[in-house]
Design a protein around this ligand. Structure first.
Ligand code: TNX
Length: 527
């Protein structure tokens, strides 16, 4: 039998996001073969082991043992409570000629160590398999800066298929991001099956296809029996459970968003009676806002939340709350009466509505998070905020004292252009090139330690008005996701644009292997 040539480990070591401490050793590589044993101490380590198998494309023999064998070549996974200061997502990865030792205080940290190993191996391994691999001798001590490292995806303006949602979750995990904010509801389409109100998807998930119009610009809902072509889609509860389980194995929390009280035109196409009436008894126009005085509005949304909490184990449930057009409330006879009785302004009525769901979610053991407009009026102090304004407003929002996630609109909106080229596909507007994203420091200069403690983390938003399919989403998201990962993971003040750029060369070859449609124009932003 011919001898297998022994490969050499990839050097230099380049990992995105940059690990906290990385020490390369002048020592022989660890040689990995299909017979290399993996030793774990309990079954909570299996998601990391499964990821290792997917990464190396080998089905390595796994055994359970409390004691680490001495002198035996092996990959060892180990819980170490002494590493608590690295958080349960941090880890120590030590590779030498004899062992790959992966230690963490939590299962997530073990998983992230495997994602680091993935980047120590050649990109071609994404599509090919090899009988022998080499890992470089190294010691990496790593921990994340923020506990909320998110990517959002709007599947209302354009529906995205289940397979892509899974890929998106894989991409997040590869970049050590841990929250998938799933924007399931907006004015143009309802995308989550609700068994108690089937019309929401039987009608609300579909639009009549009109030539020459983007579906999100057209508000004619398709109804069963219409034989004109339809556009849209929704996720069944079975598919959602499958996606949530898929994400869990990759340490990604899926945070669902159900928009209220605005951005809900589609709901009133299904249930016009929830729009409210003026003083002459005439139904108000569909401005996408629930009547805030009609008990049926609250009942519908409570029914929806009841099913949502069954599907999503996430501690946070996102209730939207952005851009509420309050004009109907000023015209609605019963909303006026309610405002008079409770001495509320329209902003006060908005917080009356939001606070109802804050309490409702609390009664289910969950926490409310919403877009920063929910600060209008008087918000429950325990509610969390997702801020989408400009950089200059960050300090003001942190001063309000709520736990906060920054999705700063001037930087972290991946529906904005990433180059000034005339060839860029039509985008929503704005200009957020890779370097601007990379250079973003979420904490303002004058932030206090209390501000810092309230900052849960960062997230990029992907609104899909101008992204009709998954390939287009990839174009807008990559390579900016890599910049986000360094903002979200690395300790303050440790980013380095030149190092990032040179590391991106290899990351791009990985993207190509994964068939990710990244934007090459991100590298020529001024052309
Ligand atoms: C504002 S940001 C919206 C979205 C749009 C987006 C386009 C936010 C909470 N609401 O409905 O899609 O701008 O950039």
């Amino acid at each position: 039998m011919a001898c297998q040539p022994v490969p050499k480990a990839v050097r230099p070591i380049e990992v995105i996001p940059q690990p906290w401490q990385l020490t390369t050793k002048e020592a022989p590589d660890f040689i990995l073969k299909t017979s290399t044993p993996v030793i774990i101490s309990d079954s909570t380590m299996l998601p990391a082991v499964e990821q290792l198998h997917r990464t190396v494309k080998m089905n390595l023999p796994v055994s359970f043992s409390e004691n680490l064998p001495t002198g035996k070549k092996a990959i060892l996974f180990q819980y170490n409570p002494a590493l608590d200061s690295l958080t349960n997502e941090g880890y120590i990865l030590t590779i030498n000629q004899n062992q790959v030792l992966i230690q963490s205080s939590g299962a997530a940290g073990l998983f992230y160590a495997v994602e680091t190993i993935r980047q120590l191996l050649p990109a071609k391994l994404e599509t090919e398999s090899f009988p022998i691999l080499a890992l470089p001798a190294v010691e990496i001590i790593d921990k994340p800066r923020f506990s909320w490292r998110g990517m959002h995806l709007d599947v209302s303006r354009h529906f995205m298929p289940v397979d892509f949602i899974k890929k998106y979750i894989d991409y997040l995990a590869m970049h050590k991001l841990n929250v998938f904010h799933w924007h399931l509801v907006d004015g143009i389409g309802w995308r989550i099956e609700i068994k108690s109100h089937p019309r929401l998807t039987e009608w609300g998930a579909w639009r009549v296809v009109k030539p020459g119009k983007m579906p999100w610009q057209d508000f004619e809902v398709w109804k069963p029996g219409d034989n004109r072509p339809k556009y849209g889609g929704f996720y069944t509860q079975k598919q959602i459970k499958e996606i949530v389980a898929y994400a869990k194995k990759r340490f990604v929390t899926v945070v669902p968003e159900i928009e209220l009280p605005g951005h809900s035109e589609v709901v009133f196409q299904c249930y016009p009676q929830l729009l409210g009436k003026d003083k002459n008894g005439k139904r108000l126009p569909n401005t996408g806002v629930y009547c805030a005085s009609n008990p049926a509005s609250y009942k519908l949304l409570e029914d929806v939340i009841d099913e949502v909490v069954q599907l999503f184990p996430s501690k946070y449930i996102h209730i939207g709350g952005d851009e509420v057009n309050k004009s109907n409330w000023k015209k609605c006879a019963s909303c006026q009466k309610l405002m008079r009785e409770k001495h509320l302004t329209p902003n006060g009525l908005q917080s009356y509505f939001i606070n109802h769901f804050d309490k409702y979610l609390k009664s289910k053991g969950r926490k409310l998070i919403g877009w920063h407009e929910i600060l209008q009026g008087k918000l429950s102090p325990t509610a969390s905020i997702m801020y989408w304004g400009g950089e200059d407003g960050v300090k003001r929002v942190l001063d309000k004292g709520h736990p906060t996630v920054l999705t700063t609109g001037s930087v972290l909106y991946f529906d904005h252009y990433q180059s000034l080229s005339d060839n860029e596909p039509r985008a929503f507007g704005g200009y957020s090139p890779l370097k601007k994203v990379y250079d973003y420091e979420p904490l303002p200069k004058n932030a206090t330690p209390a501000d810092a403690s309230r900052l849960l983390g960062v997230q990029a938003n992907v609104w899909t008005e101008y992204m009709p399919n998954a390939k287009h989403v990839e174009y807008m998201v990559f390579p900016r996701m890599a910049a986000l990962s360094e903002i979200a993971w690395q300790q303050k003040g440790t980013k380095n644009w030149h190092r990032f750029q040179s590391k991106m060369e290899r990351m791009l070859s990985r993207y190509r292997k994964l068939n990710i449609n990244y934007a090459p124009s991100a590298y020529r932003p001024a052309i």
